[in-house]
Design a protein around this ligand. Sequence first.
Ligand code: DQA
Length: 147
Amino acid sequence: MKIVVIQGPNLNMLRVREQQVYGPMRLEQIHAQMKEFAAQNGVDIEFYQSNLEGEIVDRIQECYGDADGIIINPAAYTHTSIAIRDAISAVSLPTIEVHISNIYRREEFRQKSMTAPVCTSSIIGFGPFGYHLAMMGMLQILSEINA
Ligand code: DQA
């Protein structure tokens, strides 16, 4: 079983950027915890971060026929990207959208997700712990599919 984790623009700046919103954890630390949890559960996991919309589209497309599920934080592209939304629809894999912050408590332009309607589920506002919740959720979804 393989899960691919895709991180959108500026998430490579976690800890440096707006700590009051995103907290002090670095992306590498979040990924290290996810990797440990994946290993404990016998799951292969890959991580990808890009600041470019087209690269994120490419990485989603590469999941087709290769991965069993996608965990994605499209970051700012959440609110704008029809291309990422279409890529998620195209590969038709179980996909969980994660947001570190509670986008519904923030600026109005963050309150609309272009991508969430084509994802299986969303985890919003739990801080970096949301990625762990997404892993747990993905294992549950995949176990139901493979039951
Ligand atoms: C974010 C929320 C987005 O609005 C923002 O552009 C991000 C991070 C989050 O994880 O809370 O870069 O996706």
